[in-house]
Design a binder for this molecule. Structure first.
Ligand code: UT7
Length: 329
């Protein structure tokens, strides 16, 4: 006898995705006017050509709210269907309240709960993991998962080794509870990791809890690069092994956008042709926790990623933190 629908496990369906990018675009050539760098160096080492930089009212809360509205619209859902907002950021508007409650207020939502997740560039994968766990546990039906970052405000604009790498923006997904048999769609699994021994190769050297605030981003790029290639490969393998899937099962790789060379290495590991790897680093640069939902929004928006496709996401960031997620769209 087949189990009744109400007895089957719950799953988080990715019902809609949206993004917001600041209006101002800054090219490599524009940076080279003020720094000892060049368009050629930045493109060859990273794949970046330009980035969006926030201005005026474009804070993490403002951009997160715009991305959330786009995700809800794509899902055909209204603000009253949102039980929870989980927002990943390292650049909150305030130490508290959380940027998530700022977004809640901007969306006019007065019920449910909202909180931030701090996991640097892995923040979206972490927030997705928390959200899908809460949906599976029956603690929420509709959850907005947002990554929103204004790294331009924590960069040392005199340090060419870091300031050319990042951009600002926000991306969001709206997750809704479903039952597992609905065509196998939804978040299949998430896999998150941290190893604080590596906390000094990528960090911000200040915060409101320290004297030397507000702080700037510092990175040993080569050390992070070496860790990324190894740890992300393991996270990709872990996601597939969790479901007994071969790499040929994956339709799309939607990776964190830190370096084109890392993205290409992960695509090769999965045996994916380049056109099955979503790349936005050329025009977004590294938007930290926003990079995966922004890339997803672009590829769903232009019709590349379609319902039923199997999407593998992976990210690594300060901490170190890293992880992966498998989603049937
Ligand atoms: O999102 C979180 C995770 N982050 C990452 O995964 C980032 C991982 N790391 C990287 O992507 C790369 O290590 C970087 C893009 C950050 C750097 O690329 P690299 O190939 O590792 O370059 P490098 O740091 O070894 O620097 C090579 C040279 C150095 O000059 P010398 O010492 O060889 O004379 C740098 O000073 O390039 C120089 N350099 C620059 N030159 C022009 C560094 N930054 C620049 C620049 N313009 N912007």
């Amino acid at each position: 006898m087949s189990p009744s629908p109400t007895a089957s496990p719950r799953r988080a369906l990715l019902a809609g995705v949206g993004g917001y990018l600041p209006r101002r675009i800054v090219t490599n050539d524009e940076l080279a006017l003020k720094l000892d760098t060049s368009d050629e160096w930045i493109r060859e080492r990273t794949g970046i050509r330009a980035r969006h930089i926030a201005e005026g009212e474009e804070t993490a809360a403002f951009m997160g709210a715009r991305a959330a509205e786009a995700a809800l619209a794509a899902a055909g859902a209204g603000a009253r269907e949102v039980d929870a907002i989980i927002l990943a950021t390292s650049t909150p508007d305030h130490a508290f309240p959380s940027t998530a409650v700022e977004v809640q207020a901007l969306l006019g939502i007065t019920r449910g709960f909202a909180f931030d997740v701090a996991a640097a560039c892995s923040g979206f994968i972490y927030a997705l993991a928390v959200a899908e766990g809460m949906i599976r546990a029956g603690q929420a039906e509709g959850v907005l998962v947002i990554g929103s970052e204004v790294y331009s405000r924590i960069l040392d604009w005199s340090d060419r080794r870091t300031c050319v790498l990042f951009g600002d923006g926000a991306g969001a997904v709206f997750l809704h509870a479903t039952r597992e048999e609905t065509g196998g769609r939804g978040v299949l699994s998430t896999h998150i990791h941290a190893d604080g021994r590596h906390r000094d190769i990528l960090y911000v050297d200040g915060a409101v809890g320290r004297r030397e605030r507000p702080g700037h981003l510092r990175m040993d790029g080569q050390a992070v690069f070496r860790q990324a290639v190894t740890l992300l490969a393991a996270a990709v393998d872990e996601a597939l092994a969790a479901h007994g899937l071969g790499r040929e099962a994956v339709d799309w790789l939607v990776p964190h956008q830190a370096n084109r060379r890392i993205i290409d290495a992960m695509g090769r590991r999965l045996g994916l042709p380049p056109e099955r790897v979503v790349v936005t680093i050329d025009h977004h640069a590294n938007t930290s926790a926003a990079s995966i939902p922004l890339a997803l929004a672009e590829a769903v928006g232009d019709g590349r990623i379609r319902p039923g496709d199997l999407v593998l996401m992976e990210a690594l960031g300060g901490g170190l933190t890293w992880g992966s997620a498998l989603v049937r769209m």
